[in-house]
Design a protein around this ligand. Structure first.
Ligand SMILES: [Ca+2]
Ligand SMILES: [Ca+2]
Length: 311
């Protein structure tokens, strides 16, 4: 009788209670293992060297320098050019890039992209600097396009606002071609599809957006160092400067009537965009094909509290 042996419900509990208890224990153990595993993963992530989370170049004294940083107020991505030697100059073309030699540079960060209209307009708003002279042309004034129509003086003023500076010719050249003496940022064969050049198949007949040709990246990841807009350097143009400048951290040349710009523009082709080609213009002058990018010394960048790795 159920009444004698007890309520059927307690009996079921008695009958299934042990297996249920075992199952509950197994679930609890599995949950415990799962939580422990999750906690361990989190702990592992937290304890991993930052270099694994945000890859960094490590100096001989153990300092870590992220390969990419962003600095306010321009908030542009900058890529690292670690200290070391590179092959500068060329035996081709005019003799102003001769001789070919090895030059050693301290480390620095260079803007990954040319300065855009959008970023330049923030500088204009904050400082009252004149607007670039071709901004009335709808075909060049899109916020994402490289700024053009700026003088070397304008570019320097922007660099000062951004807490940076214009590159020396040597810094510009190394950022463009890396260490191995290549002709273009991507290698030794010209490719119209790797930059905004004249007569190529891209949608832009004049200046175009910054960063539109990722396959044209330099060994350090800088884009558009061949084509789109010429880029002002800090140097004045001396045709003999490559012959007489020091082999270690050559400073910007301060003697000359004209200012240096590099990399060719949207109206030029393969020759002007060779990494070692030097070109020039009056420092107060400009054109639809002249813009710029900035650099900052590596240690100065890291010393700034606002410097942070790019996620
Ligand atoms: Ca084009
Ligand atoms: Ca360029």
């Amino acid at each position: 009788m159920e009444s004698v042996s007890g309520n059927p419900i307690p009996r079921r509990i008695a009958r299934y209670g042990r297996p249920l208890l075992v199952v509950a224990l197994i679930i609890a153990i599995l949950q415990s293992i799962s939580c422990t595993s999750t906690d361990r993963s989190a702990a592992d992530r937290d304890s991993r060297p930052k270099a694994e989370i945000s890859p960094a170049w490590v100096s001989e004294d153990g300092r870590k320098y992220p390969y990419e940083i962003i600095l306010p107020p321009s908030d542009m991505v900058m890529v690292l050019v670690p200290p070391g030697p590179f092959i500068m100059g060329s035996d081709e073309g005019r003799d102003d890039a001769q001789p070919v030699r090895t030059v050693w540079l301290s480390g620095y960060y260079v803007d990954k992209l040319e300065v855009s209209n959008g970023i330049y307009s923030r500088f204009v708003e904050e400082t009252g600097r004149r607007v670039p002279i071709f901004q009335w042309l709808d075909e060049v004034n899109s916020p994402g396009f490289a700024v053009c129509g700026v003088s070397q003086f304008d570019s320097r003023a922007f660099a000062l606002w951004a807490g940076k500076r214009l590159p020396t010719e040597a810094e510009w050249e190394k950022a463009a071609r890396g260490e191995d003496g290549r002709q273009w940022p991507w290698g030794n064969e010209f490719d119209r599809g790797k930059g905004n050049f004249h007569w190529n198949d891209d949608p832009w007949e004049k200046v175009g957006p910054v960063g539109a040709f990722p396959e044209g990246a330099s060994p350090y990841g800088a884009l558009d160092m061949a084509g789109n807009v010429y880029e002002w350097c800090e140097d004045l143009y001396d045709p003999d400067y490559y012959k007489r400048s020091p082999d270690r951290d050559p400073p910007a040349c301060t003697e000359g009537e004209l200012a240096v710009m590099r990399g060719g523009d949207w109206v030029k082709g393969h020759k002007a965009s060779r990494c070692w080609e030097r070109y020039w213009r009056a420092a107060p002058g400009t054109s639809l094909g002249i813009g710029f990018r900035c650099v900052i010394d590596m240690d100065r960048a890291i010393g700034l509290l606002a410097a942070k790795p790019v996620e």
